[in-house]
Design a protein around this ligand. Structure first.
Ligand code: AMP
Length: 276
């Protein structure tokens, strides 16, 4: 496996791939790799001749320096993970390699002021700013994103449609552990007790979903969601609501929706979304 840190070196490999007419799949990540990332890599390996994974903890998408500094990083393990998953090329640039000193931050205009965009102001501006860079540098045929970050997936779909017409976006279902919780780099920061509490919360949410009828309107389900969440023993939450999975509105039936939540365990913010 190649590990490349600078753009010019990367570009010489990309040119060689293109000359050989290899199709390229790209999996952007922030590292601390787990089985969820593994699913994206598997899909890319299946679809393309070559798979490129990037690891870049993008400071511009964090709301606080503290959250950025404490984001899990485990380089050695990530190298083994990629190598075990037969990644062809790992791109791990520094912030200086990606950004100019006075980099302009792009403004995200899609799915604004709802869900994570409402509670993490500027987060998606940072996400599209970095992806704009990465998509221009890597110029892959396909790029892979997880449904775990569903609002992010919807925003990037739109961003690609408008700005990177050569690129195809593929979405990958959320990979969960045996207890049902989604793999996430942030889970590494949870104590044993916090994990147990999170698993028990998640199982209650799944049972709650079973009590709903698919024919309910999203608004009716949201009344029930409100009643459910206030009774749970959680420290804090940003949102817990059903939204239409096409346009993230409150229109339609529960059968065409997902339940989105962002809760806190201590300072750690955990997000997920579930189909009924
Ligand atoms: P991150 O490293 O957290 O920025 O995530 C990189 C990519 O992996 C994003 O497209 C995520 O949506 C995706 N991802 C993260 N966790 C999971 C999971 N449990 N299942 C599937 N995809 C995931």
């Amino acid at each position: 496996m190649l590990i490349i840190k600078d753009i010019s070196n990367l570009q010489s490999y990309l040119t060689a791939y293109q000359n050989r007419k290899y199709s390229i799949g790209f999996v952007p990540t922030m590292g601390a790799l787990h089985k969820g990332h593994g699913e994206l890599i598997k899909r890319s390996k299946n679809d393309n001749h070559k798979t490129i994974v990037s690891i870049f903890v993008n400071e511009k998408q964090f709301n606080s320096k503290e959250d950025f500094n404490s984001y899990p990083r485990n380089k050695g393990l990530d190298y083994d993970f990629c190598s075990d998953n037969n990644v062809d090329l790992l791109f791990e640039p520094s912030a200086e390699e990606i950004y100019n000193k006075d980099e302009t931050i792009l403004k995200n205009t899609y799915f604004n002021n709802i869900l994570c965009d409402k509670y993490r102001k500027g987060h998606f501006d940072g996400v599209i700013t970095v992806l704009n860079k990465f998509f221009s540098i890597v110029k892959s045929n396909k790029v892979y994103f997880g449904e775990k970050d569903f609002q992010q997936l919807k925003i990037i779909e739109k961003f690609i449609q408008e700005n990177f017409k050569f690129l195809e976006i593929e979405s990958v279902p959320t990979k969960r552990n045996e207890e049902g919780i989604a793999y996430s780099s942030r889970n590494e920061k949870l104590s044993k007790k916090q994990i147990q509490d999170f698993v028990s919360f998640h199982q209650k949410v799944e049972n709650f979903l079973k009590t709903l009828e698919e024919s309910f309107d999203i608004n009716t389900a949201n009344q029930k969601a409100k009643d459910f969440i206030v009774e749970q023993d959680i420290e804090e939450f940003d949102y817990f609501e059903f939204r239409n999975n096409k346009d993230l509105s409150f229109n339609g039936k529960v059968s065409e929706s997902r339940l989105f939540y962002a809760i806190y365990k201590g300072k750690i913010r955990l997000i997920d979304n579930l189909k009924i």
